[in-house]
Design a protein around this ligand. Sequence first.
Ligand SMILES: Nc1ncnc2c1ncn2[C@@H]1O[C@H](COP(=O)(O)OP(=O)(O)OP(=O)(O)O)[C@@H](O)[C@H]1O
Ligand SMILES: [Mg+2]
Length: 246
Amino acid sequence: MKRVKTGIKGLDEITDGGFPEKRTVLLSGACGTGKTIFSMQYIFQGATKYSEPGIFVTLDERPDLIKEDMLRFGWDLQKLKEQDMVHMVDASLAKIGIPSEEEFSMPATGFDLDKLLLEILRVSKRIGAKRVAIDSLSSLGMNFENEFEARKAILKISYLLMRIGVTSIITSEIGHGSKRFGKYGVEEYVVDGVIVLNYMGLGAQSNRTLHIRKMRATKHSEQVHPMEITDSGITVKKVESLYEKT
Ligand SMILES: Nc1ncnc2c1ncn2[C@@H]1O[C@H](COP(=O)(O)OP(=O)(O)OP(=O)(O)O)[C@@H](O)[C@H]1O
Ligand SMILES: [Mg+2]
């Protein structure tokens, strides 16, 4: 199976060369664990390092705020947008009935999964997308009556992404210390990979970790890896680095 390099430092080494091509990976973690930065880094690196156009779908945060935040890492999304390399799809405002200023967005008539998927398809056709990130799935929550509906929606999303032929990340928020990987307890079964981010602030030292729970068709590390967020984004470290003196 072909691999798609994430471009996230240290990650491709422990996943046998990257994500399985045209598959979907679930990135789960509590709030503040780095899900948004991780998924944007995947899209940004794809566009700048590997010339692969990408789509970032935002369901929670406003696109203008994300763009502003990401400049801190030196990731100029506006420039990539002008080059038709990265486009954002704004679904953050539609949910509360406010029209978006983004070129690609959902109408301000409430959340509608089919409309969102059509919008992703539209952008994808325009730029020939190879990568998609959807951040985050958890906020779809209010639209599902039960687990069955949630499962159906997630299956639908991953099916469409597969049909478009993109390699994607879907993020999902879970509580601290949760044993589940997704809010609905079904996400992990319908995706091809699960990566869990963790964060424990212990005294002066903050500990971030990354753990690959599953990655179909891949020989991957089963260990819990230390992870760092710095001004250049996310870096995944080897486990041995835990024991190195700093
Ligand atoms: N330049 C930076 N250097 C170090 N750490 C940073 C930097 N920028 C952000 N962070 C850390 O990253 C965290 C935010 O990451 P991110 O927004 O990706 O998390 P998230 O999992 O998406 O959270 P949420 O569930 O709230 O959306 C911040 O809480 C902060 O600790
Ligand atoms: Mg986030």
